[in-house]
Write a protein that binds this ligand. Sequence first.
Ligand code: UGA
Length: 435
Amino acid sequence: MRVAMIGTGYVGLVSGTCFSEFGHSVVCVDNDRSKIERLLGGEIPIYEPGLDDLVARNVRSGHLGFTTDLAQAVRDAEVVFIAVGTPSRRGDGHADLSYVFEAVRQVAMAADGYRLVVTKSTVPVGTGAKVKALLAETRPDLPFDVASNPEFLREGSAIEDFMRPDRVVVGTETARARELMTELYRPLFLAETPIVHTTIESAELIKYAANAFLATKITFINEVADLCEKVGANVQDIARGIGLDGRIGRKFLHAGPGFGGSCFPKDTRALVSSAQEYNAPLSLVEQVVASNEARKRRMADRVIAAAGGSLAGKTVGVLGLTFKPNTDDMREAPSLDIVPALIRAGATVRAYDPEGMAEARRLLDRVVWAEDAYDAVTGADVAVLVTEWNQFRALDLDRVKAAMKAPVMVDLRNVYKPEEMAARGFAYSSIGRPA
Ligand code: UGA
């Protein structure tokens, strides 16, 4: 099949590349000329394990191309995916759909016959109907179908998630659209991946409900971790003890500094706004949003406490800045709350992240940028582990201790074992576990 993928952000680039790996002929479109030029030169604008090889292979085989020429890509395609960004609108938390509607308008103008237009961007329930209306209004002369095909991939394991998903969700209105979508995903159905066929509205809402549920699970365990600290319980034991109940499940019960990233914060806010708009408030999700934001703001207090109540004139070594490992993404990362709060409290911050430094330099001021983890903790009064990169799981702790002014570590990801850290002579604190 011939596919046009509009938008080469995370979702667009990964989905487009994976569809080409299925054997479809895919052209990825972006209006950012420099991004397309980089992609044409074989440079991948995001850090995602395995993506560079997959892109290179499919470009070589002729299945994958990149262009800024949206009109040509649409004329050449049977199916057009919209995978442009839907950031939070300033002020009200609603998803900003201006990029989606602009892309749809351009698709309509360029089309020269029937097209199936599929939204892969995360869009609020009701957007599919608006897309359909916009297509009909712009080109009353042409037949269009609209579909919703939300994406569930995680940054850092995006290719695996796309190629081996738990399910594929497809919302359609016509038999023709349903058949085209089934054909597109045929390689997955041969591997017995379940496909959930729904209406467009249900497919749109499934995406938000899934992300809100996962965000709720994380927030739940984070609040339980706070209680554990008061009563001397261990949150990892609680997570295991409840997670082995198949109805609860073990995943997404890691307590930490609060969820970040490009999806959970934005999507929970957007779901809250939609629900309020339709007068069916999701009070639980409202509470999740508030609890998580407050949590991220509070994390620096742990470092101040570990330093004995004051950071004035002290040095803090920060390990990890991205919102999670295996990505260079800094969007809504807990570090963006933690680092400025440490600096406001009088600390000198030395920070290191394996992939996030370039973006971190743009977003954070007055930080001393370190060469590696050991450089970050050199002369530090406290080390803070903010993102659980593998290289921070395997630190030479004697070397860390020798480099630091005082062996004090705040581990916001529960990477190390409290008893081991104590045996090595660290004053160690973590999340929801007795010291
Ligand atoms: C998330 C979902 O997991 C994907 O299914 C979804 O497709 C994606 O959003 C999206 O909507 O595009 P992602 O944001 O890449 O994926 O990252 P996650 O691995 O889900 O982590 C999100 C945040 O939750 C991170 O800050 C992570 O540190 C935190 N987290 C996750 C925890 O604090 N504890 C956990 O147990 C799990």
